[in-house]
Design a protein around this ligand. Structure first.
Ligand SMILES: Cc1cc2nc3c(=O)[nH]c(=O)nc-3n(C[C@H](O)[C@H](O)[C@H](O)COP(=O)(O)OP(=O)(O)OC[C@H]3O[C@@H](n4cnc5c(N)ncnc54)[C@H](O)[C@@H]3O)c2cc1C
Length: 415
């Protein structure tokens, strides 16, 4: 480098990348080392809040924070760019903003939607992964109801107000619950004459025998009960064969009319194109050793959703934000140890538990091996996510949005 400093480049400013950055910032020798963060968007996205943005519960800017606000300009630089290739021989990234040289590279590129080869899903289903997905879903919900109200028809047979959510894991369950809340507490109030909320249908399809398979069966049953009471039609053991503009067809031949299909059924690792290609496991995640080093590639480390980090019990660590944030500091410590010629530390993962929100006053969760549900779990969900949001000003704004929404319908303005 021109200033003689060694450069640690972090590719991907999501949960794992920002957690690694924070530890490096605190522990590295600033006289000899600097950090460069490269990310496609100029914000860090707090994806656990996306379903709230999509349903008007949270202002769009309150689920993100500027990366520049998160970094210390004295030791780090941010480049907004898309990386098109990692050249591990020349130790540089090829980006749409020019090349970026590295001494150590941290790959934290996350995951993307996997349509699991289902016919028509990529063309016709919507996803909830990026901020833009949440914004366009919110606009679509408002448009469909305004349109139905203007024509005074629900177009029920054609599924005009039919919504299908595919996937009974946490994302699908949270989204279906939040949509039901929006229909019940906001649309019902604003579309009285037309009564659109009564004519809309939300169907949640899950291929397995119970919702939330990663939780204890009792919590899946609890979630099922809450969703049913909220008016969501839940179909278990329902495998989608095809998605089209008219709705979905199941493998058993059942057809569900729906103009809006939301795909929350699968994710796969984002592995950046590299020369030579980065090694991957059968799961598609980057192959790493127990120290986060990409197998067979010098000075390249990988963590978070994109990497198959062993959990110490024969499986890979799940693709969860809470897993990504604990990998970040551990990987950062190993990078600094490797630069100092010191031994690396083995990483072992201990999950803290998980929470799933189920709309107003309802949630289920498993924290510290204790199962929670109902109002306390709901309060816990909000408190945990609020205090994990990495910006104090945004925490305040989120708290204000949440408080206002307890007493007032959600914001239906479309700009
Ligand atoms: C709707 C939704 C709800 C969720 N809810 C929860 C929850 O409640 N609890 C939980 O634990 N987990 C939850 N998750 C999962 C969680 O978001 C992920 O596990 C977590 O984001 C993984 O962190 P990461 O740093 O590996 O990847 P990400 O946070 O996805 O970050 C990857 C970053 O890399 C960038 N990037 C990728 N490729 C390139 C490139 N070529 N060039 C430049 N930049 C690139 C991306 O833009 C992104 O900023 C949820 C996910 C979704 C989608």
């Amino acid at each position: 480098m021109p200033d003689g400093k060694r450069t640690i480049v972090i590719l991907g400013a999501g949960f794992a990348g920002i957690a690694a950055y924070s530890r490096l910032r605190d522990r590295m020798d600033r006289a000899t080392t600097r950090i460069v963060i490269v990310n496609r968007a100029n914000h860090f996205l707090f994806s656990p809040l996306l379903h709230e943005v999509a349903t008007g519960g949270l202002g769009i800017q309150n689920a993100v924070v500027s990366i520049r606000e998160l970094i210390d300009r004295d030791c780090a630089e941010f480049i907004q760019a898309s990386v098109t290739e990692v050249d591990t021989e020349q130790k540089r990234l090829v980006t749409d903003a020019g090349p970026v040289r590295y001494d150590h590279l941290v790959v934290a590129t996350g995951a993307t939607t996997d349509f699991l080869g289902v016919r028509g899903a990529a063309e016709h289903a919507r996803v909830l992964k990026e901020l833009g997905d949440a914004r366009s879903l919110r606009e679509r919900l408002i448009d469909l109801f305004e349109d139905a109200a203007a024509r005074e028809t629900t177009g029920r047979a054609e599924g005009h107000l039919g919504f299908v959510v595919v996937g009974g894991g946490p994302t699908g369950v949270e989204l279906a619950a939040e949509m039901a809340d929006l229909f019940h507490y906001t649309f019902r109030r604003f579309y009285r004459r037309f009564s659109a909320a009564e004519h809309a249908s939300i169907t949640l399809l899950h291929s397995g025998p119970r919702l939330l398979p990663q939780f204890h069966a009792s919590l899946g049953s609890r979630a099922l009960g809450v969703l049913k009471r909220a008016g969501v039609r839940v179909m278990l053991g329902a495998r989608v064969a095809e998605v089209s503009a008219e709705g979905v067809a199941l493998e058993d031949g059942t057809r569900i009319a729906a103009r809006t299909v939301l795909w929350c059924a699968g994710v796969r690792a984002v592995v950046p194109q590299a020369r030579p290609p980065l090694p991957t496991e059968a799961s598609g995640r980057i192959a790493v050793d127990n120290f986060f080093r990409v197998r067979g590639v010098t000075d390249v480390w990988a963590l978070g959703d994109c990497a198959a980090v062993a959990d110490g019990h024969g499986a890979s660590i799940p693709m969860r934000a809470q897993a990504a944030v604990v990998q970040g500091p551990a990987a950062a410590d190993n990078i600094l140890a490797s630069m100092a010629g010191q031994p690396l530390a083995l990483f072992s993962y201990r999950p803290k538990g998980d929470l799933v929100s189920l709309g107003r006053w309802q949630a289920v969760g498993d924290i510290a091996h204790v199962r929670w549900s109902g109002r306390f779990a709901w309060w816990l969900w909000r408190t945990v996510y609020l205090f994990n949001f990495p910006s104090w000003p945004k925490r305040l704004r989120i708290a204000i949005d949440w408080t206002v929404n307890l007493f007032h319908p959600r914001d239906l303005t479309k700009i």
